[in-house]
Design a protein around this ligand. Structure first.
Ligand SMILES: [Zn+2]
Length: 408
């Protein structure tokens, strides 16, 4: 194991240990236009390491956020699963925190207002913070007040100076994107009212490893959190994780509740920290993950090659960032795979990064009738299989690659 010349994004430790090297890959969300196909694509190292001091799993390369998030293709409202998940979360919090017209809910990385809309519907004032200009604009058009900025300590202090302090700060699937973790958490601490709570969702590193979800590794995801790593980070800034939930969304998520005062760590938090002790600093545990990914690569490449030899046509569902990591690292593309379909209208008409497959509407599956569809957005498998019942009725089959290759 080599030691990359970087220090831990959370605690500053300099001796980081390599888990998995995915080589040089293009940015996973950098979809290409027809004109861009002939230009050279930029690639960046993708190496996963862990910190033996605070246990944070992270990648070593930092692509500037300005480059990754100012134009963004992922609209949360395209997923029904996400919307249901958000609505339930909001209804529970409005009741338990007794929110009303005098409260304020802030969401960091509020996307198109997919979550805040449910507070607004209930008459609770909201403020979104979303750096992607195209998406912030969509949110504003939907009536969700949105600041088009990256969140940090400075922005938090500006809001507080304007008299805006939050009863709830949501930050879903954004903490992993943040280069300055400490500044971000410090900002949340200042933005919260003394009685406020931060409700934060991150993909859970244990689920990623247990389920072979190596495709969640891409340059936007700088960190892969355990509760232990979060506990270390939040305590450093005077926030205590008072409760934690494990959710099934996005291939396994941790939702933490962090507070300033009068808070006690729940028995569930204590129990989970104790459980993590068994693996969270164990490099054998992380090495096993690398070996599992290699097994998966052989299995999937063999399956697809065999089908191709039999003369089958294979399409792909999901022009997602996950999919980009999987296709590029496994070396899958044309002529093994024919084309990609995706429900997001902003992606259609573009080409996948690195592999240059064309992206069409899912309606194309019924016209073209490929024999198999490789499902790269496996985290929404139930929803997509249901939407594609007609294609499946006509004999089409899906290949789900993760956690193991299976055909349905
Ligand atoms: Zn560390």
């Amino acid at each position: 194991m080599n030691t990359p010349q970087v220090s831990c994004r959370s605690c500053g430790e300099r001796e980081l240990i390599t888990i998995l090297s995915l080589g040089k890959t293009p940015l996973a969300n950098a979809l290409l236009t027809l004109e861009q196909l002939s230009q050279k694509e930029r690639t960046f190292d993708l190496d996963l390491v862990f910190c033996p001091s605070c246990s944070l799993v992270q990648i070593t390369e930092t692509v500037p956020p300005e480059e990754l998030f100012r134009e963004y293709f992922y609209l949360s409202s395209f997923s029904e699963t996400m919307l249901r998940h958000s609505e339930e979360n909001v209804e529970e919090l409005i009741q338990s925190r007794k929110l009303d017209g005098n409260s304020l809910v802030v969401e960091i990385a509020s996307n198109d207002g997919y979550l805040l809309q449910y507070y607004k519907r209930a008459g609770v004032p909201v403020l979104g913070i979303e750096p992607a200009r195209n998406i912030a604009q969509t949110a504003v058009e939907r009536g969700i007040p949105t600041i088009c900025e990256f969140f940090d300590t400075d922005l938090a202090q500006k809001l507080v100076a304007d008299g805006q302090r939050a009863d709830i700060v949501h930050a879903n699937n954004v903490l992993a994107h943040v280069p300055d973790l400490n500044g971000f958490v410090r900002g949340i601490q200042s933005l919260l009212k003394d009685s406020g709570v931060a409700v934060i969702e991150v993909p859970y590193v244990k689920d990623m490893i247990d389920r072979n979800e190596f495709d969640t590794i891409y340059h936007e995801h700088l960190c892969y959190f355990s509760l232990t790593a979060l506990d270390n980070l939040f305590r450093r800034h005077g926030l205590l994780i008072s409760d934690v939930k494990r959710l099934d969304i996005h291939g396994g998520t941790l939702r933490i509740y962090a507070r300033k005062q009068d808070s006690k760590q729940s028995a569930i938090v204590d129990k989970m920290l104790a459980e993590e002790d068994a693996w969270v600093r164990n490099d054998r545990f992380y090495r096993g993950f690398g070996e599992g990914v290699e097994r998966l690569r052989r299995e999937l490449v063999d399956t697809l090659s065999r089908l191709k030899t039999e003369g089958k046509r294979i399409a792909v569902y999901g022009a997602s960032a996950k999919g980009s990591t999987l296709l590029n690292y496994f070396g899958l593309g044309s002529p093994l795979l024919d084309f990609v379909v995706d429900r997001s209208t902003v992606k259609q008409g573009h080409y996948t990064p690195g592999t240059h497959l064309p992206i069409y509407s899912p309606a194309v599956l019924l016209n073209e009738k490929p024999d198999y569809v490789l499902l790269l957005t496996w985290n929404f498998a139930d929803e997509i299989l249901q939407q594609q019942s007609e294609y499946r009725k006509q004999g089409g089959r899906f290949i789900i690659p993760i956690p193991q290759v299976r055909v349905v």
